[in-house]
Design a protein around this ligand. Structure first.
Ligand SMILES: [Zn+2]
Length: 122
């Protein structure tokens, strides 16, 4: 006989399997800024046609830091930061499923003890 399907367990299994795809994740948030480079002859000197700059903003050893992202890595890094957000969402869902199961088991245990007590009194 097949065990009945538990949608929570199915979801948990699905999420666990998806985690390996997220192994390249990076911390922090993706930041896009515009800035002037400071060279008086550059097109950005007019203050309008600024350079785009991409950064990772994160906490490193408790300190807020920004790291510049080389232009050719921008898409890849953005994707890796999104992976971490997906990882955290998956972890939160897995924890919610497990907490629900923990509470159900506790309740079940309590009922079992009550039943045993009643059985002994008969
Ligand atoms: Zn410039």
């Amino acid at each position: 006989m097949k065990t009945p399907r538990d949608p929570d367990l199915e979801l948990r299994g699905q999420l666990i399997r998806s985690l390996s795809f997220l192994r390249e994740m990076l911390p922090g948030s993706f930041v896009e800024r515009q800035r002037a480079c400071g060279q008086p002859t550059c097109h950005c000197a007019d203050g309008k046609r600024l350079h785009r700059q991409y950064q990772i903003s994160l906490l490193l050893d408790g300190k807020s830091q920004t790291l510049n992202i080389p232009a050719k890595w921008v898409d890849k890094v953005r994707e890796k930061i999104e992976m971490r957000q997906r990882f955290e969402a998956a972890a939160a869902t897995i924890c919610r499923v497990n907490l629900k199961r923990f509470l159900q088991e506790k309740l079940h245990e309590k009922k079992k003890k009550l039943q045993e007590k009643e059985d002994r009194q008969i």
